[in-house]
Design a protein around this ligand. Sequence first.
Ligand code: SAH
Ligand code: SF4
Ligand code: F3S
Length: 433
Amino acid sequence: MSAKKLFIQTLGCAMNVRDSEHIIAELTQKEDYSLTEDIKEADLILINTCSVREKPVHKLFSEVGGFEKVKKKGAKIGVCGCTASHLGEEIFRRAPYVDFVLGARNISKITQAVKTPKFVGVDLDYDESEFAFSDFRNSPYKSYINISIGCDKHCTYCIVPHTRGDEISIPFELIYNEAKKAVEKGAKEIFLLGQNVNNYGKRFRNAHKKMDFSDLLNALSEIENLRRIRFTSPHPLHMDDKFLQTFSQNEKICKSMHMPLQSGSSEILRAMKRGYSKEWYLDRALKLRELCENVSISTDIIVAFPGESEGDFEDTLDVLEKVRFEQIFSFKYSKRPLTKAATMPNQIPEEIASKRLTILQNRHAEILDEITKKQENQIFEVLFEELRANNAVAGRTDNNFLVQIQGSEEMLGAMKQVKITNAKRMVLYGEIV
Ligand code: SAH
Ligand code: SF4
Ligand code: F3S
């Protein structure tokens, strides 16, 4: 029985989910903590924060204010992650009851942070690419694995390079051993993480054999009993022919590609410093559809970037029509500190941003309805991972559709052929064949 209890809340992207797993691993294996879901009994309350848009930053301060009210006497509060990185000590000024601040690139210092009053670890040059974290995973079937840290791209709207620092690839041996260990423990799927995964191998901390992302994918796919490989996020700029071929031909790579578009206008893409044009993006996406018949393509889109005209927005809608994404994550541009776009002229009024977002989302909903209908009577292999209400289990197809069937706990971790009997926009309902 552990003496101390840890409560952790995770905001943001998959990289934060993995960082939280690392934090839990370090604190439960090197220190005397065990996890709790009851914040009132926690000795340590952590929030792993996201800074990518303004909203989650407000959420941080309302959340820690809430923690302070319900926490038991003597319990500590730590703020980790991306907002910790760029606000640093400012967090103590706005919330004096916070005990330590640990930035996204300093997660390996967690055991030191919990023992040092008012610890601040926000060094953006800190290189933990070769740190071997203790092992903890939320899911036994699906394992997140970091393959790089940081991002050098400095897209003009994005705060991430200021929260996670420069891009450094994690050595192949560490990734391979982690993947192999996860599979030996029962993982069927590995999910590779980085801000620009297909830029893997550009820079290592120490001398390393030459290796790009396609080589990494092929090498990992050799692991026996590993069934599926997923990854996020690849960058459209680095989608060369070798990568698209590897993706299409390697059977263990799930046929679901995230291709963050951001904008369909070449002019806006230039102002965003994305490094590709509308034509390059369309060429890559349509080539991918040609090479890989059953691929699903998802994307991220920002509307109302500074200076976005009606014509620029039409270009975004045009790409939507041509690529017919299976899934979109769409956002109104949000002004972030430390970024170039924050000081650009022609910031777009809120009403126009909202209008454009609604138009985009409504049009995508129509496309998605057509895509969804086509899935009826199709047969997919599904990895079941989640229990649902009313005796149901859910999982994902290779191309990332969510499928639900009647079933119980024994189904978790199983891979089965499922025929879709009733296709809805968010869930495909089916039965095992
Ligand atoms: N490395 C990934 C993105 C990580 S951030 C990539 O390049 O695709 C996830 C998404 O948040 C981005 O793709 C972008 O669509 C969105 N985003 C980032 N900064 C934003 C901002 N300032 N306003 C609105 N959305 C933003
Ligand atoms: Fe942000 Fe651009 Fe880096 Fe993605 S590639 S994390 S959007 S700076
Ligand atoms: Fe992820 Fe948010 Fe940081 S999206 S990289 S947790 S700013």
